[in-house]
Design a protein around this ligand. Structure first.
Ligand code: SF4
Ligand code: SF4
Length: 348
């Protein structure tokens, strides 16, 4: 029996599919940058894509929330109005892992709250997402099983799972259906393909084990009891306050707004740039006071934003388990080790 929600793409047709897709749309996918580093870049052929990759240096949030984004421009020689600017173009992201799809879902929630972020939402609408399943655990830094982001849930248009000599593709939206119809390389999935997918997922569930001695439902309790924990003192001594951990995080969304004006004070622009709660000036207010002066306060804040505050506000964790913060930290601060220390301190 054919299944309309699933399609099949033979492996040998992937390159033709990618070439066709890149001719019809701007297409970005993970590419290798050497030394086990990967980044999402524009691609034109399947050969450029890294199908097996650990999380990219920056998450795909860079397409939804650019590092630097102009918000408005003005030139009083042309009139006194400031023109709102929305930088957005239609594109497809191919090969997005489930942890990064979860990150985009977190950002969707944040930027849909009142007042809605028009620029983000327009971009979200213009970007189609093709997910790609991880068949293996990426490395020792990930905690996607604990965060329950290791399996596809929703938040994509199409989702590819590699089943050997073919991909089985879940069609999740009308836009995804159109991609398949326009490309023309896909066949309907049959019952045997669905059975192979079910058996693959069963093996994957056994392979991906909860990384820490805690069930995720107890994590908010853990944090309720950990505000004064000595674990934060340890991070205070080690953290270099470089801000890398928040920059690479798929759910961090803080930005600063800046103005740039010409020397004659007649024209300029307002833009926003990514900011980080780990940097010293982040919490500086008028009068020179800094309400998170100590590094331990800033580190604690980062962890509470991921595991406690977001549960109250959005009913979900804002950690997707991607492991980027641990992979990038020059001071060797590892998220799983911090959580483990908090758990051990709690149990004592
Ligand atoms: S990457 Fe490491 S050293 Fe840099 S701010 Fe984050 S925890 Fe501190
Ligand atoms: S806190 Fe670390 S592991 Fe969690 S989503 Fe952010 S970068 Fe990934």
């Amino acid at each position: 029996m054919p299944d309309n929600q699933y399609a099949i793409l033979k492996k040998e047709e992937l390159n033709s599919f990618i070439s066709t897709l890149s001719k019809l749309n701007k297409l970005a996918a993970p590419v290798s940058r050497g030394y086990n580093n990967y980044s999402f870049e524009e691609v034109n052929s399947g050969d450029e894509i890294a199908l097996k990759y650990i999380p990219t240096i920056l998450p795909p949030k860079k397409y939804f929330m650019p590092v630097h984004e102009t918000l408005l421009e003005y030139d009083i020689s042309k009139g006194l109005n400031a023109d709102a600017v929305t930088e957005s173009e239609e594109m497809i992201l191919f090969g997005v892992h489930t942890c990064d799809i979860a990150g985009i879902q977190c950002l969707n929630m944040v930027f849909s709250e009142h007042p809605e972020d028009h620029n983000y939402l327009i971009r979200r609408q213009n970007i189609k997402i093709i997910g790609l399943e991880c068949n293996e655990y990426c490395d020792e830094f990930a905690n996607c099983r604990l965060m329950d982001t290791h399996l596809p849930d929703c938040g994509y248009d199409l989702f590819f799972t590699d089943l050997g000599d073919y991909f089985i593709v879940h069609i999740n939206t009308r836009a995804g259906e159109e991609i398949i119809e326009n490309a023309g390389f896909f066949k309907s999935a049959q019952t045997r393909h669905l059975n192979e997918l079910a058996s693959f997922r069963e093996k994957k569930r056994a392979l991906f084990k909860i990384e820490l001695p805690i069930e995720s439902k107890f994590i908010p309790d853990l944090f309720d009891r950990s505000f004064e924990s000595k674990v934060w003192d340890d991070l205070d001594e080690r953290c270099l306050a470089c801000g890398n951990c928040t920059t690479v995080c798929p759910t961090c969304y803080c930005f600063d707004i800046k103005d740039e004006i010409n020397l004659f004070l007649t024209a300029g622009k307002r833009y926003r740039v990514w900011d980080s709660c780990q940097l010293d000036p982040f919490a500086k207010v008028a009068g020179g006071k800094n309400f998170r002066k100590a590094r331990k306060e800033r580190q604690r804040h980062r962890y509470y934003r991921k595991f406690r505050y977001s549960v109250d506000r959005f009913s979900r964790f804002f950690c997707t388990g991607c492991g980027r913060c641990s992979r990038t930290c020059m001071a060797g601060i590892r998220l799983k080790e911090t959580l483990k220390s908090l758990i051990e301190t709690w149990i004592k």
